[in-house]
Design a protein around this ligand. Structure first.
Ligand code: SF4
Length: 330
């Protein structure tokens, strides 16, 4: 073989190997951004809330008030079940019991084969009758957002005087579980800030023997909506694992997307399976993998840097310049 031919053959061998390597990398990258199905659905049945908690952006939200259309909810629950989703969270920007058909949503999900349907409620409008019917419909777990050990602090944190009422409702659920011999978990979630920090022990004494779990979280960035200086979250896999659905029927990256700045597709026009791997979704997953999120809400959430952000799809968002300014505001 001539010297030149040897060179060409060695070079094409190198090129082939390079090509194979690149194809492999491309396939791997593809695997990272195209995902067969989310692990769970987080359904915002409404953005309406009866409380005004100081750590929550709900009261600053300017998105129009609304509730999910039941036909749309049923269709999306069914589409998600078809692609293998088994978990449904009814935790989002509003109070789930403000949605009059919450029990129907739970019943439909259980009929479709969801194995874990859970809710977090502030308990203020969840009357014993509503709680009972949700539990009878198959609710698998319930958590109360209860963020004070005294009535006075509760009023300051929640913006409502519901302390005694909610204590009674937590006790009602504990009692209902005992009487019916059901085994669903009951929890309490407590967001810790300077106002209630000294009351953690009171909560443990009040509920430690009654509920299964009391979770204390430090006040956080709340999906980048908190304009106070707070610790950023360490990491996030939501765009790879969770399908958030807003009451309007938009697929969003995050369950605390108060202004739809992270909405990626309109499920009134697209199936959940198509939207889950749509171009915008793939693009944002790539941006997560390459740490290229500047200008998005996720950047604020992950870095703690208060910067002006823009929605991923402006036509799906409600612009809120005040909330998303680059200024720290209390
Ligand atoms: S990084 Fe984005 S998706 Fe994850 S919690 Fe924060 S705002 Fe939500």
């Amino acid at each position: 073989m001539l010297e030149r031919e040897r060179e060409v053959s060695a070079y094409s061998g190198f090129l082939n190997k390079r090509l194979q390597l690149e194809q492999k990398r491309e396939q791997e990258a593809c695997c990272d951004i195209i995902i067969s199905a989310p692990l769970k659905l987080m359904l915002e049945v409404t953005k309406v809330c009866n409380h005004r908690c100081i750590f929550c952006a709900n009261s600053k939200m300017t998105r129009p008030r609304g509730m999910i259309d039941m036909a749309l909810a049923e269709r999306l629950l069914s589409e998600a079940a078809e692609i293998g989703v088994k978990e449904l969270s009814l935790v989002a920007t509003g109070e789930p019991f403000a949605f009059p058909k919450i029990t129907d949503v739970i019943r439909i999900a259980k009929r479709l084969g969801y194995t874990y349907v859970y809710v977090t409620t502030n308990g203020g409008i969840a009357s014993p009758e509503k709680l009972k019917s949700a539990l009878d419909a198959g609710l698998d777990s319930i958590k109360f957002s209860f963020n004070a050990g005294t009535r006075e602090t509760y009023r300051k944190i929640h913006g409502q005087d519901d302390f005694d009422k909610v204590v009674q409702r937590i006790k009602y659920v504990v009692d209902y579980r005992r009487k019916t011999q059901k085994s669903f978990p009951i929890g309490i979630s407590f967001v810790v800030c300077d106002i209630n920090r000294s009351e953690k022990k009171i909560i443990e004494n009040m509920f430690g023997e009654l509920v299964d779990d009391i979770v204390f979280h430090e006040m956080g960035a709340q999906g980048g909506h908190n304009n106070l200086l707070v610790e950023p979250i360490k990491n996030c896999a939501r765009p790879f694992t969770i399908a958030g659905i807003t009451y309007e029927g938009y697929l969003t990256l995050c369950c605390v997307d108060f202004q739809n700045y992270l909405a990626v597709a309109d499920l009134n026009r697209l199936s959940l399976a198509d939207a889950w791997n749509c171009e915008t979704m793939q693009n944002i997953r790539k941006r997560f993998l390459t740490h290229d999120l500047k200008g998005t809400l996720c950047y604020r959430c992950l870095t703690g840097q208060i910067e002006t952000v823009l929605p991923l799809i402006p036509s799906l968002a409600t612009i809120n310049k005040e909330l998303f300014t680059d200024k720290k505001t209390a």
